[in-house]
Design a protein around this ligand. Sequence first.
Ligand code: SF4
Length: 322
Amino acid sequence: MSLLSVRDLAVEFRTAKGPVRAVDGLSFSLEEGRTLGIVGESGSGKSAASLAIMGLLGGARVSGSIELAGTQVVGADRERVRALRGRKVAMIFQDPLSSLHPHYSVGEQIAEARRLHFGASRRAARGEAVRLLADVGIPDPGERAGDHPHRFSGGMRQRVMIAMALACEPDLLIADEPTTALDVTVQAQILELIARIQRERGLAVLMITHDLGVVARVADDVLVMYAGRAVERAPADALFAVPLHPYTRGLLGSLPRLTGPPGELAPIAGAPPSPLSPPAGCPFHPRCAERVEVCGTTRPVLLGTSHQAACHLLTTAKGTTG
Ligand code: SF4
C-alpha cells in the first residue's frame, strides 16, 4: 500500500474576482522510502497541493482524496488532521524563520516537539534535541542548542528546521522549495543532507520545486505540473532521458549549464495562464512552439503507463510511452 495516495485532487480558492482552481484533478502516489519531485513554475498548483496534503488549506475548497498512511485527509476533522501532521508528516519551507519561534532557543523548540509527541521528560527531550542537531550537521550541537534561530546562517537554519521536522519521526517529509533562498554550495549541502536522512530513516520525501536541477539530484520519480494539472509523470531517469512533454523539454532546455550562470531557470517564452481565465484546450498552447490545431480546443489527458504525459503529439507518436 502507498504511504500517500492522492486521487483526483482539486483545490479551489474563492477570490473577489471569482473562483480560482489552483489544483485540478491531480493524482499520484508515493511509496515508503521514495522521493517524488513535483516541479512547476510559480502558480502551477504544486504548493497548494502540498498544503492540502498537510491539511493546511482552511479557506479553500478541497475535493478528491488524499490518503496518508491509511487515513483520509480530505474532509477529516481538525483534530485528526493535526494528529496526523504531528506524527506522520512534517514540512520544511523556503524560509525556516517562518516556522521557528524567534523567542525560544532551537534546542528548546526541538525538545518541546519531542515532549509533545512522545511525552519525553525534559532532560531526555533536551538530549534528543542535541542528538538531532548533531545528526543534521550543526557543529557544537550542545552549545548551539541554546542559541536562538536568528543566530544561525540561512543554511544552518534550514538544518535546524530539518532537525525540528525529524523530532516527530515522520514517515513523510514535504520539502517546499527548501533550498531556493540558499547559495549554490549550501543548496547542494542541504540536498545531500535530505538525501542522507531519507536513506538512513527510510523516509518518503515530497520535494516541491521550480527547479528540475534540484529534482535531478534527489528524486526517484518526477511529476511536472502546469496550470494546476500533471502534464508529465515518470521515473526520474526516464524523464531526463526522454522528456515527452514540450513544457518539460522547455524546463530542461533552460537549466543552467555547468559553465553557465547558476540559479533560477531561464523563463520559457510567455507566461503561465491566469488561473481566473485558463485557456481552452491544452493550457500550455499559448506558449507551445509545437502546438497543432486541436491544441487550442481539446484538453489532452495523461497517456502512458510508467511514463505518462498529457500532449496531443503523443497520440500520433509511436513507442514513446509505457
Ligand atoms: Fe503543445 Fe499541443 Fe502538446 Fe499542449 S497538447 S503541449 S499545445 S503540442
